[in-house]
Design a protein around this ligand. Structure first.
Ligand SMILES: Nc1ncnc2c1ncn2[C@@H]1O[C@H](COP(=O)(O)OP(=O)(O)OP(=O)(O)O)[C@@H](O)[C@H]1O
Length: 308
């Protein structure tokens, strides 16, 4: 791919706070119109990475471009074209939706202010609530308003830092439909999330732990890279745990109600481990596609071990 098509293209970014290395040699490329998901445990460096890529934080070393601008020397240019939605709702509770958007447009001295506010209200389906005080909105509508606010200046890249934390599943789904619509229109989106259903809706993903990008690719590629074999077992699964939990052929067991996902890296060894239980009447076994959540939990466990 021609490097001019990368909206984000950074190499070897490092950042420390005090003596703690928070982002460690991060390289990342994101294409125009792509929804790129950033995953990783709390404190793994996702926000810090996002802030460096949008010109809000200077890396200690490393280089790169966002929207064609140098992330160190042209940070101000990047900020002008990026919409950044932070983890916390940063709007005014005692202003209406319209007043909030109008206020932001005034602060930034945006030309055609009224028109832009109207467009943003319409774009995100907020007209019917335009006179409602922001403080009285539910979590889902607040996120929508925050998204409208960070799109007022018509950015080319959206950086969304855990945009749907604490938002109910229906509102999250609506929010993601909106993100997909924007991407289809050419918007590039970098989003951090802890939710697996959201991860599955990204075009590509990066998994970061202890500041290092440990895995990257489409959800399908990440599942393939994991080399997991996964058995789904339903029924009286409690009998399995004492025998399999610490079995060397079992990489990870995840519980879902009355079923388990039993994952292993060596299909034959895993088959041998479960063999004594296969004929039981109270258990039903099925070989399934590995789940992203299992893959990420395994990555996280491995990185903890490496870190120690
Ligand atoms: N300005 C700062 N000064 C000192 N330490 C910081 C600063 N910003 C972040 N850190 C530390 O850097 C580490 C990475 O933080 P960061 O917010 O990038 O992680 P994250 O992956 O976004 O976490 P979360 O999922 O909890 O939002 C944390 O240990 C955090 O406490």
């Amino acid at each position: 791919m021609n490097s001019e098509n990368w909206i984000i293209d950074v190499q070897g970014l490092n950042k420390s706070f005090g003596d703690k290395l928070v982002v460690d040699n991060l390289s990342l490329q994101v294409r125009r119109g792509e929804i790129f998901g950033f995953l990783g445990p709390n404190g793994s460096g996702k926000t810090t990475s996002i802030r460096m890529m949008c010109g809000l934080l200077t890396p200690d070393s490393g280089s790169g471009h966002t929207l064609g601008y140098d992330i160190v020397r042209q940070a101000a240019d990047i900020k002008r074209h990026v919409g950044y939605m932070t983890q916390r709702f940063g709007l005014y509770d005692d202003l209406s939706l319209r007043e909030n958007l109008d206020f932001i447009a005034r602060i930034y001295g945006m030309p055609q202010r009224k028109q832009r506010v109207q467009q943003a209200l319409e774009r995100l389906g907020l007209q019917a609530r335009q006179n409602q005080l922001a403080g009285t909105l539910s979590g889902g509508w607040k996120q929508r308003l925050a998204l409208a606010a960070c799109m007022l200046h018509e950015p080319q890249l959206l950086l969304l830092d855990e945009p749907t934390a604490g938002v109910d599943p229906k509102a999250r789904r609506d929010f993601w439909d909106e993100i997909h619509q924007l991407a289809a229109e050419g918007m590039t989106v970098l989003v951090s999330t802890h939710y697996m259903d959201e991860a599955e809706r990204c075009h590509r993903l990066g998994y970061i732990a202890y500041g290092q990008l440990l895995a990257g690719g489409t959800p399908k590629e990440l599942i393939q890279q994991s080399q997991f074999t996964t058995w789904l077992v339903e029924g009286e699964v409690d009998v399995l745990l004492p025998a399999l939990q610490n079995h060397p052929a079992v990489a990870l067991i995840t519980r879902f109600g009355n079923s388990l996902h039993i994952n292993g890296l060596d299909a034959a060894a895993l088959a041998m481990a479960i063999e004594p239980f296969r004929q039981r009447n109270d258990l039903r076994w099925q070989l399934i596609t590995p789940q992203l959540e299992d893959v990420f939990i395994h990555l996280m466990q491995q990185s903890q071990d490496n870190f120690r």
